[in-house]
Design a binder for this molecule. Structure first.
Ligand SMILES: *Cc1c(COP(=O)(O)O)cnc(C)c1O
Length: 406
């Protein structure tokens, strides 16, 4: 007779085998098969529980299967799910009102995935460059930062400095100039009459949880003002409370010209993204200039509305700030010569090792923590923002035990 444990282990092996056999190998997942999630926890097919410090790259800030967001999804899914924008729907207006209010912007253009919001911003910035700034046709440039991550489309990888994202995917889209992240002189020296925008992540998530020098973003913003350049903030990963404020730029008191949101806007249920800006900017788009079949659909609107409400009412930004301070403090107290740096803000924390972080991720798995390396040597720790104090301790202790085992 097979025990239930053997049965579920076999199930996990089957799931992994099928993924590998029928799925393109464009990811290298940890050897764990997740079957259920609730709050900060997920369970594998054998019933082992893990504290999820990946949070689907910050798409699950509100915690897995949040009941209120689930309710919104179920409710709306039995009423109306998709109309396309060929007609109006009774959910979009209220969603846009609440989203713009939360984001402190006048208007929003709803899309689905994060990279679509980035694409929207690229088109918007170029159009503004030609029609308002007066950049000569086809000459508009967007300044981006080395080690950025803005997504995976051919346009967006053209703005990447990461060889792996680009190799043999050319020809690339022209019109991007890369400057080192955190380097004001480099930014200043490239700003001229052909530059329409500076596109930046306030903290580089995928790039290794890179926090810029203090004052960098404020000065970069001032430089953009001075040179009549749009400041586009990609807060797809850092938004919705992740860094201990609504948006990471709130720490610097900056209201960007264009704000890009995604990930946690969908509450972990559904892809919802948007590019937000002033009325005068977004009115540069006319009917037919840009769009998406699924963008702004009523199901997305209701899910996102609930995701925002949970973020506000459960004070997730405040909790991320407090729990993040505690966790950063605990992790910084760990003495291990393989650790090069521990950095981050709120609950977006990176531990940099002097070697591959993968064995540490695997050791943490054995201690009931899901975490994944980014950029080889950095372990990113970004749990759902509903984390409790007791769970901070759990992560810290597991981290210490994991270090011993790795
Ligand atoms: C994840 C991410 C994106 C892309 O979002 P997708 O939904 O994967 O397209 C863009 N920018 C940043 C900063 C991200 O973290």
């Amino acid at each position: 007779m097979t025990t239930s444990l053997e049965h579920t282990d076999r199930l996990a092996a089957e799931c992994i085998a099928k993924e590998r056999r029928y799925g393109a190998p464009n990811y290298a997942p940890l050897d764990v098969v997740i079957a259920r999630g609730e709050g900060v926890f997920v369970w594998d097919t054998a019933g082992n529980r893990y504290l999820d410090c990946i949070s689907a790259y910050s798409a699950v800030n509100q915690g897995h299967c949040h009941p209120r967001i689930r309710e919104a999804l179920i409710d709306q899914s039995s009423r109306l799910t998709l109309t396309s924008r060929a007609v109006c729907n009774d959910r979009l207006g209220t969603f846009l009102e609440q989203l713009t209010r939360y984001c402190g912007q006048e208007m929003a253009l709803p899309m689905n995935t994060g990279v679509e919001a980035v694409e929207t911003a690229i088109k918007l910035a170029r159009r503004w460059g030609y029609r308002v700034k007066g950049i000569p046709t086809e000459r508009a440039r967007i300044i981006v930062c080395a080690d950025n991550f803005h997504g995976r489309t051919t346009a967006v990888i053209s703005a990447s400095s990461e060889p792996q994202y680009r190799a043999d995917f050319g020809p690339y889209l022209p019109g991007f100039t890369i400057v080192p992240f955190g380097d004001l002189d480099a930014l200043r020296s490239t700003l001229d009459e052909t530059v329409c925008a500076f596109l930046v992540e306030p903290i580089q998530g995928e790039g290794g949880v890179n926090v810029p020098p203090s004052g960098y973003l404020t000065k970069a913003y001032a430089l953009c003002r001075e040179h009549d350049v749009l400041f586009i903030a990609d807060e797809i990963q850092t938004g919705f409370g992740r860094t201990g404020a609504r948006f990471a730029l709130d720490h610097d008191g900056i209201a960007p010209d264009v704000l890009l949101v995604g990930k946690a806007l969908g509450g972990g249920f559904y892809p919802v993204s948007a590019a937000l800006a002033s009325r005068s900017l977004l009115e540069l788009f006319g009917p037919g200039d840009h769009g998406s079949t699924f963008g702004g659909n009523p199901l997305a609107c209701e899910v996102a509305r609930a995701a925002i409400a949970v973020t506000v009412e459960e004070r997730l930004a405040e909790n991320a700030r407090d729990r993040g301070d505690e966790l950063l403090h605990r992790l910084r107290a760990v003495r291990d010569e393989r650790i090069v740096d521990v950095r981050g803000k709120g609950l977006l924390i990176g531990v940099e090792f002097d070697r591959s972080a993968r064995p540490f991720a695997e050791a943490l798995l054995a201690h009931g923590i899901l975490a994944k390396e980014t950029h080889e040597c950095v372990l990113r720790i970004a749990p759902p923002l509903v984390l409790t104090q007791e769970q901070v301790s759990r992560i810290a202790s597991a981290f210490e035990s994991g270090l011993v085992a790795a």
